[in-house]
Each structure stands twice: as structure tokens, then as C-alpha cells.
Design a protein around this ligand. Structure first.
Ligand SMILES: C[C@H](O)CC(=O)C(=O)O
Length: 322
């Protein structure tokens, strides 16, 4: 049981779940999500990506991938206590698309970055901060990052106005001891910054890792309803809301969202703990090969997949948050 009432849950179902269904969520579903998460007491809802369609040539996806302020105002007529966030990728966001915060429905802009691009992420952070937004840098694929790279990045982060720095387990390969170690390291070297955690469930550890971080004082906790997110998905919001024992949280509205929207969605698209994602997590690999396997007729050929991934062939590196 974790009784720290400073925790903030950030539900990223629409953003990370969009990586599963190409952001094909109806307006009604997103409105229900906002109402349900608000009723549940969830502090932030990530309503999509604020990347630019112009910079992602040929990308064909639902509107939650390229959030537009006019559209957002039509979807969310009245804001509640639940703040709205959007994620941007370096090189995919057009800074001219970002309005000053007082003209926007968004409260928080999160910048996804690999360690080598932290300086570019912080440039964006400075701009968004000057527009009045809360900001975060989400350092992806941390399980591949060297200690010295992290230490150098922290020097820059400390000089920046960023509010929250995220530990991101993009490959779902971390366990409680990694979280224990990283939370302590981030707290020691980033004393002025709030911390966040974004976990993937490849090894069925997303919830346990998240509550480990919570018990260490990590404030921002990412989760998604029914765990919907890329590949193995994320820490389930319903578990976190139930576990944190904050009187502000109420699980019933989240159960309602699951019943109404996530069960039918799970009939159409796949996410969650599945052996190929487990294999990718155990091997500390990006899940793209496992995702391709699940989309093929060989989807359950686990041994062949394992043999392929453990052969000396190199895997290409992805430089964006998908
Ligand atoms: C920045 C986000 O937290 C990106 C993400 O979902 C990832 O797993 O990486």
C-alpha cells in the first residue's frame, strides 16, 4: 500500500494505445475517457501526439496522432481538474503549431527523446516553457543508456526549466532493482526536478515497477486503461488507482471504461502480455520484431522467433517514440 498523496497518475491510453490501433478512437470514446478519468481522480490524461502531419509524410492516422487545437476544443468542451497532455517527438513537431498555453486545451507537453538528443529535447522544452506549459523530458530506451551519457545529460537538464524527467522503460526489460537504482540516481543528480515513470509490461512487471518507483517517491506515474499501449502495453490505470489508496481516486469509473470501450477494443486489436513481447523484453530489444511477428501467419512460432532474436544479426535502431 502506497499512501503518498503527491503522486500524479498520467493516463496515456489514447497516446500509447494509439500505437496499437493507429489512433482510431472515436470522439465519443475519448470524451468518455476524459469524463471517466476525471471522475476517477486521475490527474492527467494524455490525449495524443502533437506531432505535425507535414513532417510525417504519408502518415495516415486518426486525429489523436496530430492534435489540432480547434478539434481539441470541439472534443473537450469543458475542462475538469484532469489536466491534458500531449507528447511530441524531436523532428516531428512543428513549433509553429504550438499556441500559448492560455489559448490551448493542453497543460503539459512531454518531449520524447533518446539520450543522444537530449539537447534538442531541451530546446523544445525551453520554447514550450516560455509559452506557459508544464513540460517533461521522457528519456526513452533507458535500458540501453550508458552511465556517462546519463550523467552528461543530467548536467544539461539541471540547467533547463523542465519540470519532470521521466524514466522510460521502452523495451519493458526493467525490474524492481533497476527502478530502485534509477530512481535513487535520478533523485541524487536531479535534486530540483520531479520524476516520472513510464513502464511497459513485457515481463508482467509494469505495475510492480511503477509502484516500486512510487514507493521511492517518484511523483508522475504513467498508466493506461486496461494496460492499452504499444505491444505489451503499460501499467494498468485500474490497478494504480486501486493501489495508491489516495482518497481522491475511484476505480469504478475506470471499470466502466473497460466494460464499455476496452473489452470491445481488445476484440479488434491486440496488446498486452504475449510471449513474443516477453522475449523482446527479456532480451532488452525494441518490440518491433515481435509486433511484426504477431501481424504475420507465424504469430505463435515462439521458438523460431527466439532463435532469430538470439542470432548475431543486428537490429535497426528507432529514433522516435513509436
Ligand atoms: C515518451 C514515451 O514515454 C514513449 C514511450 O511510450 C516509450 O515506451 O518509449
Amino acid at each position: 500500500m502506497t499512501r503518498n498523496t503527491n503522486h500524479k497518475i498520467l493516463d496515456c491510453t489514447i497516446r500509447d494505445g494509439g500505437l496499437v490501433n493507429n489512433w482510431d478512437f472515436s470522439v465519443k470514446m475519448v470524451q468518455d475517457m476524459y469524463a471517466g478519468l476525471s471522475e476517477a481522480g486521475v490527474e492527467y490524461m494524455e490525449i495524443g501526439y502533437k506531432n505535425s502531419a507535414k513532417l510525417l509524410k504519408g502518415a495516415d492516422a486518426g486525429p489523436w496522432r496530430f492534435l489540432n487545437e480547434d478539434f481539441l476544443k470541439e472534443v473537450i468542451h469543458t475542462k475538469t481538474d484532469t489536466k491534458l497532455s500531449a507528447l511530441v517527438d524531436i523532428g516531428r513537431v512543428d513549433e509553429n503549431d504550438i499556441l500559448p498555453r492560455e489559448q490551448s486545451q493542453l497543460d503539459l507537453i512531454r518531449v520524447a527523446t533518446y539520450i543522444k538528443d537530449v539537447d534538442k529535447a531541451l530546446e523544445l522544452v525551453r520554447k514550450f516553457n516560455s509559452y506557459g506549459y508544464e513540460t517533461s523530458v521522457n528519456i526513452m530506451a533507458l535500458s540501453h543508456v550508458m552511465e556517462n551519457e546519463l550523467t552528461e545529460a543530467f548536467e544539461e537538464i539541471n540547467k533547463s526549466p523542465v519540470d519532470v524527467v521521466y524514466i522510460v522503460d521502452s523495451y519493458g526489460s526493467m525490474d524492481y532493482s533497476d527502478i530502485d537504482y534509477l530512481a535513487a540516481k535520478f533523485q541524487r543528480l536531479l535534486p530540483e526536478k520531479k520524476l516520472g515513470l513510464h513502464m511497459h509490461n513485457n515481463m508482467q512487471l509494469a505495475f510492480s515497477n511503477t509502484i516500486m518507483g512510487a514507493s521511492k517517491g517518484v511523483e508522475f506515474l504513467d498508466a493506461s486503461v486496461f494496460g492499452m499501449g504499444r505491444a505489451a502495453g503499460n501499467c494498468p490505470t485500474e490497478l494504480l488507482v486501486s493501489h495508491l489508496k489516495n482518497p481522491r481516486y475511484e476505480v469504478r469509473p475506470v471499470l466502466d471504461l473497460i466494460e464499455k470501450h476496452m473489452i470491445p477494443m481488445r476484440e479488434k486489436v491486440e496488446w498486452g502480455y504475449i510471449v513474443p513481447y516477453m522475449i523482446a523484453g527479456v532480451l532488452n530489444e525494441h518490440p518491433r520484431a515481435a509486433m511484426a511477428l504477431r501481424a504475420s501467419s507465424d504469430k505463435d512460432k515462439y521458438v523460431e522467433f527466439y532463435d532469430k532474436l538470439t542470432s548475431p544479426e543486428a537490429m535497426p535502431t528507432n529514433h522516435h517514440s513509436d
